[in-house]
Design a protein around this ligand. Structure first.
Ligand code: 13P
Length: 293
């Protein structure tokens, strides 16, 4: 394995940034998706981030999600990192920090810009007083909110973050990681699921924001993005890439296939095998793309 063992998330990101590759971040709600993500990462021998949104961690449990990640680190000495994805309240951010998460995304992107700065500052103070080493990500610009198959592009999506906004936000908040709006969007239109349409990114704007912000940047809303845009976005300064809807679709199709293939089966570990394989396939292909030079 090329990666050194027991590196911190910050060190893994520094190395990725220097090599102009990105670390894949994949969301999970259950053990099937979690194990599939881990299996894909271990096969490719690549560091990986796993994330649980507020909804996902309400389902998995906050400490349970942290325990799963710790188990993989302990058993395999593996560089896997846990992120509290899209956290909207300071109480939830504190809960994740106390449970040992490696990163918290405080998402004030739906708030007016000044209010987002104010609340993100408060969140950082609270989170870092629990664990000074934890990374905190802030979000600016509206890219929608749900990792789902959606009927139309949500109102307001498509307005790009400006380099000046990025500079101002980073200076005022001192976030470790920035998530800007650069043509990306959460979720997939049906046409994206069928592959007729792909998300396209503004690569020049990514480079301009990176030059202004000078910190790690995350590309949210990765599902359904054009492969070449992914590569160019990473070269231009994206060091973390989030994918969720593609995983959820693979999971659902896998569950449906498992149930259809074994109408009389009742052992979950047999029924859910195709879901595991389907999620693993998505993660394998994405993680390979993100790490290719
Ligand atoms: P997608 O569901 O569009 O891949 O977005 C995921 C995401 O950004 C989670 O933070």
């Amino acid at each position: 394995m090329e990666i050194e063992l027991m590196m911190s998330l910050r060190d893994v990101l520094k190395r990725a940034e220097a090599n102009k590759v990105a670390v894949g971040h994949f969301n999970f709600s259950d053990l099937v998706a979690f194990n599939a993500i881990v299996a894909a990462a271990r096969d490719k021998e690549l560091p990986v981030m796993v994330g649980v949104s507020e909804g996902e961690r309400e389902f998995t449990g906050v400490c349970q999600a942290a325990a799963l990640v710790k188990a993989i680190r302990d058993e395999y000495n593996y560089p896997i990192f846990l992120n509290a994805d899209h956290t909207h309240s300071i109480a939830h951010a504190e809960e994740a920090a106390k449970a040992g998460f490696d990163e918290v995304i405080f998402d004030g992107s739906a708030l007016p810009f000044d209010e987002n700065i104010k609340q993100t500052r408060r969140a950082i103070e609270a989170i870092k007083s629990i664990n000074p080493a934890i990374l905190v990500e802030g979000e600016i610009g509206w890219i929608g909110a749900s990792s789902a198959v959606i009927e139309k592009v949500p109102e307001g999506v498509g307005v790009l973050t400006t380099p000046e906004e990025a500079r101002q936000f980073v200076d005022a908040t001192k976030v470790d990681v920035l998530a800007p709006a650069v043509g990306n969007m959460h979720g997939m239109l049906a046409s994206m699921v069928h592959g007729d349409v792909q998300k396209r990114l503004n690569i020049d704007r990514i480079a301009e924001i990176k030059a202004a912000a000078k910190i790690f940047m995350t590309l949210h809303g990765g599902s359904g993005t054009n492969d070449d845009d992914f590569k160019r976005a990473i070269k231009a300064g994206m060091t973390i890439v989030h994918v969720n809807t593609e995983i959820r679709i693979a999971w659902r199709r896998g569950v449906e296939a498992g149930l259809a293939a074994e109408p009389n089966e009742v052992a979950p570990y047999k029924i859910l095998k195709p879901a595991f394989e389907a999620v693993k396939k998505v993660v394998s292909s994405r993680i390979e793309l993100f790490s290719s030079k």
